[in-house]
Design a protein around this ligand. Structure first.
Ligand SMILES: Nc1ncnc2c1ncn2[C@@H]1O[C@H](COP(=O)(O)OP(=O)(O)OP(=O)(O)O)[C@@H](O)[C@H]1O
Length: 330
């Protein structure tokens, strides 16, 4: 495993600037998640590191070596895509063994068998080892795709939304497994997702991308508690942070807009809010409120009942302040 450094990396496709002047270090043994909406440049960043795309500007170093002129194979990265890519005519066992049978690696067959079994156990597919890839469900195929990366010991794993096609239960299981494997092996991993739960639970560091630019890079806690903008603040947290005109609440304000996470709204005193709806989700109850025509979502005691149109009072706790353009000011 190795440290990977991007320095002022840019890439355009025609008029579209897909990646714009990104600098970032993925430390040896770190799990870094790239978070951003569709089109933000996440996949392009992975492809630039892997060598599937050529840089317009900047440099990529893997283990201290400039890999700008290297082919993907020479860069020794393992990539997992959103869509599975298996050899359909081979069994699961042979699909998993394939990367280890590369002539460069010269892995002994007993070592291959041991690794394949270990990975099949982790991915909960040992009973499928003799099936052809075409005889698997979509979720099973995706697990084999992930397994084909994990049997190797590359400088870095690059994963592009590898869990997005799986059902919720399997996704949650594999999230935990992937994090465990990475921590145990000390792997360096760059992982792309839209899913904030994956980002919060798996990452050592999160990089937030906005229109090809890296707008914040930090620990999940830093990104959640100390976002640089409304855009970053809105990427993490469910329900989303409430962004409101500061003037809705009395007192001196440090910016035009106030950002209140749902858990940072205290009930009891303060401004009047009308209850629009209470949503009981089992583990939490969300309360949808209206304050002078502005929708606000907060969390509330699951045992308390509210009649709709009831009036309550709320006040901000630990507010974040942003200017009118959305930049954080306090
Ligand atoms: N091969 C290409 N040719 C032309 N435009 C491209 C190409 N690849 C990416 N783009 C454009 O570059 C921008 C960034 O795309 P990219 O796939 O990196 O985004 P993303 O954040 O990975 O999005 P998604 O979550 O949808 O995968 C988009 O505007 C996209 O349309």
């Amino acid at each position: 495993m190795a440290e990977v450094t991007l320095s002022n990396v840019s890439k355009a496709f025609g008029k579209t600037q897909a990646v714009s002047d990104i600098s970032m270090t993925i430390g040896d043994g770190e799990f870094v998640v790239l978070l951003g909406p569709t089109g933000a440049g996440k996949t392009t960043t992975l492809r630039l590191i892997s060598g599937l795309e050529k840089l317009d500007a900047g440099s990529v170093h893997i283990g201290g070596r400039d890999v700008g002129q290297d082919t993907p194979a020479q860069r020794d990265v393992a990539m997992v895509f959103q869509q599975y890519s298996l050899y359909p005519h081979l069994t699961v066992r042979d699909n998993l063994a394939f990367p280890l049978r590369s002539p460069i690696l010269k892995t002994p067959e007993d070592e291959i068998a041991r690794k394949v079994h270990e990975i099949a156990e982790v991915l909960q597919i040992p009973h499928k080892l003799d099936n052809k890839a075409t005889e698997l469900s979509g979720g099973e195929m995706q697990r084999v795709s992930i397994g084909r990366a994990l049997v190797r010991d590359p400088s870095i794993y690059l994963m592009d939304e590898p869990l997005s096609s799986l059902d919720a239960k399997l996704r949650a299981d594999l999230r935990v497994e992937l994090k465990r494997i990475q921590a145990e092996l000390g792997s360096t991993l760059l992982y792309v997702t839209h899913d904030q739960v994956e980002a919060m639970t798996m990452a050592n560091k999160i990089g937030v991308l906005e229109e090809g630019r890296l707008v914040q890079f930090g620990t999940p806690k830093e990104i959640y508690e100390d976002p640089v903008s409304v855009y970053v603040a809105s990427r993490l947290g469910l329900p989303r942070i409430n962004i409101l005109p500061s003037g809705l609440f009395p007192g001196a304000h440090k910016g035009a807009q106030i950002g209140l996470r749902p858990e940072n709204i205290r009930q009891g005193d303060g401004v009047e809010a009308r209850v629009v709806r209470a949503e009981h989700l089992g583990d939490q109850t969300r309360l949808h409120l209206d304050v002078q025509g502005h929708a606000i979502t907060t969390l509330t005691d699951p045992h308390r009942t509210y009649s709709s149109d009831a009036m309550i009072r709320i006040s901000p706790q630990n507010p974040l302040y942003f200017d009118a353009q959305g930049a954080r000011v306090a």
